[in-house]
Design a protein around this ligand. Structure first.
Ligand code: BTN
Length: 288
């Protein structure tokens, strides 16, 4: 086990044998999130066995990318109490105040598994939320997790492919765990949090630990040939619905008929044609 914490902006590396140091480091962490609390007896082989923790950083994606440049081990998790420049899909801002989960997981998959990362990440979130809180959630294509029609989690997958090989892939996951929507009235109509759904605080540590176990389990399923595509497809609230898909200035409307195994959305247009959409922002028309 290798744990990196940081004091101010200077990371401190703490390895397994320095348990006392680890406990001291854990004691100063805010938010109850500490590397030790995440990795202690974590039932994974590699995901979360190395944790890089910051009380505050710009974006876990940026720090994770820097970690890959220094040869970070597969499964390294970069986690922060707070992000000051959290990144969403389609160049949006992701709000990351304390009390919520903001993490990135470093993976080095084969190229063939790259499209599955979005699927496995959203499934891992759905499974973890249900395991820890009992709340049922669904996936809105491509990878938003919703509870009662509102977004509780966003996922961002970034990767670098060079010469037909994946240099690295980063799964960024932001979960609204204890976000008080009343503090963010502008997002309140579209967003929710686990605590708002349950009417009580939820442990970020419990959700994080379960999430890491689920991510590893599903990641290890990929080479076995067992597909996670079917479960992801079946959990999509989008299919069969009237949707509007926007990407930049382009908008498509139609019925979300299906998804392909590469994760793209197959949209039946009013003129009967089928359009394959690889990225975009979906609005469920009957939720409006
Ligand atoms: C979205 O729904 O637009 C995706 C949001 C992804 C947010 C997470 S929080 C952890 C990681 N770091 C970031 O800056 N973004 C992702």
């Amino acid at each position: 086990m290798s744990i990196v914490t940081c004091s101010g902006s200077r990371p401190i590396v703490v390895c397994g044998q320095y348990e006392r140091l680890l406990e001291e480091a854990a004691a100063v962490m805010e938010n109850g999130l500490s590397p030790a609390s995440i990795t202690a007896n974590l039932e994974t082989h590699f995901v979360g066995q190395r944790v890089v923790y910051y009380p505050s950083l710009t974006s876990t994606m940026d720090v994770a990318r820097r970690e890959t440049e220094q040869g970070a081990a597969e499964g390294t998790v970069v986690i922060a109490d707070e992000q000051t420049a959290g990144k969403g899909r389609l160049k949006r801002i992701w709000l990351s105040p304390r009390g919520n989960i903001a993490l990135s997981i470093i993976l080095y998959p084969s190229l063939v598994y790259l499209p599955s990362l979005i699927m496995l990440a959203s499934l891992a979130v759905v499974h973890s939320i249900e395991a820890v809180t009992g709340l049922k959630s669904v996936i809105k294509w491509p990878n938003d997790v919703l509870i009662n029609g509102r977004k509780v989690c966003g996922i961002l997958v970034e990767s670098e492919v060079k010469g037909g090989r994946v240099d690295y892939a980063l799964i960024g996951i932001g979960v609204n765990v204890n976000l008080r929507l009343s503090d963010f009235p502008e997002t309140a109509p579209m967003a929710t949090s686990l605590s708002d759904e349950l009417g009580r605080e939820v442990s970020c540590i419990d959700v994080t630990r379960r999430l890491l176990v689920e991510v590893e389990r599903l990641y290890l399923v990929l080479p076995s040939g067992e597909s996670i595509y079917e479960e992801w497809r079946d959990r999509l609230v989008t299919l069969g619905r009237r949707v509007r898909v926007s990407l930049g200035k382009t908008t498509y409307e139609g019925i979300a008929e299906s998804v392909a195994e590469d994760g793209s959305l197959l949209l039946r247009r009013p003129d009967g044609s089928l359009t394959k959409i690889v990225a975009g922002d979906v609005t469920l028309r009957d939720y409006m």
